[in-house]
Design a protein around this ligand. Structure first.
Ligand code: GYE
Length: 309
């Protein structure tokens, strides 16, 4: 028989790739954009996507992964809500010979062969970028005063919360006048961001000079709390956050947020490409890092029309 289309085995022609994807939840604007990116890219790549929302609970993610194994999907992808506690279920996937791709967040496992690759941002570097912006801002605006910082952390035990704290602390250590006076989780959500900021304001009041929020949604929630306390966000309290979602650009244009460090959620197209490579047995890099920038309030109006999330 002549080589070519006619000689392809039926399975290779007919069967689209099936990917089981376990998403963290719908906690932030970032997450919504990430989910859309994955669903859109799957459609474009004609991938059969089985999508499960874990509502921020690890046990739901473990259940979803087990169900993907039972359904014999070609590839499992997931964004792990926390870093630890994945060894058992990932060993089950490995035993079933289903490759696992991590997107957005990574895991802490004893056996590195439990996943093929991790596509996502460098969260320590994002924390450093936030810290560097603040050091510069302090140098220009108030080089001689003490700077009291409050910090809203992301989900306890999650990669971005751990790493964004670490990178920021590492950089601000260069100036002893900068001090984190309160730090608490607000679970990456607006409502918690508002609630925890209210508590910070009650405890520390006008002592607070800076808010560092691990994501824009918590910063946006905190902005409401600051306004309700009769203070001016972006002025009385300088606000630094991470993600770069549209809501942050709007807050910057309104003068209520000072800077956002970009973290791109648009991981769908890369995931589809890597999943196809993995399923075909082609080698893929162990780590795929997202490219990102830093956007201060001065450029917000010019940049907003270019934003895709
Ligand atoms: O920054 C936050 C989201 O894992 C990078 O999760 C992601 C983070 C993002 O809820 O907004």
């Amino acid at each position: 028989i002549a080589a070519g289309f006619g000689s392809l085995p039926l399975a290779a022609m007919a069967a689209p790739l099936t990917i089981g994807f376990s998403q963290v939840g719908a906690e932030s604007e970032w997450r919504t954009a990430n989910t859309m990116s994955i669903k859109d890219a799957a459609k474009k790549a004609r991938v059969n996507l089985k999508f499960a929302d874990a509502q921020q609970r690890q046990e739901n993610q473990i259940k979803a992964i087990r169900s993907f194994i039972a359904q014999k999907v070609d590839v499992i992808a997931f964004s792990p809500v926390v870093e630890t506690g994945w060894d058992t279920v990932l060993r089950e996937a490995k035993a079933a010979k289903i490759p696992v791709i991590l997107t957005d967040r990574t895991v802490n496992v004893s056996d590195e062969s439990l996943y093929v690759t991790f596509i996502g941002s460098d969260f320590v570097e994002e924390g450093r970028r936030a810290g560097r912006w603040l050091l510069e801002h302090v140098k220009k605006n108030s080089p001689d005063s003490a700077v009291n910082i409050v910090e809203l952390q992301g989900t306890v035990g999650s990669g971005p919360a751990i790493d964004r704290k670490k990178g920021f602390e590492e950089v601000i250590a260069a100036n002893k006048k900068l001090k984190i006076i309160r730090s608490q989780t607000a679970e990456f959500t607006r409502s918690k961001g508002k609630e925890v900021m209210e508590a910070f304001l009650k405890a520390e009041g006008k002592k607070i000079n800076v808010l560092y929020a691990h994501n824009d949604d918590m910063a946006i929630g905190a902005i409401q709390a600051i306004e309700e306390a009769g203070l001016k966000p972006g002025k009385d309290i300088v606000i630094v956050s991470i993600d770069g979602v549209k809501g942050a650009f709007e807050a910057m244009i309104a003068g209520k947020l000072n800077v956002t460090v970009e973290c791109s959620p648009l991981l769908g197209p890369q995931l589809m490409k890597v999943a196809a490579d993995v399923a075909a047995g082609r080698p893929v890099p162990r780590r795929i890092v997202t490219q990102e920038g830093v956007f201060p309030a001065e450029v917000a109006a010019k940049e907003l029309p270019n934003r895709k999330y």
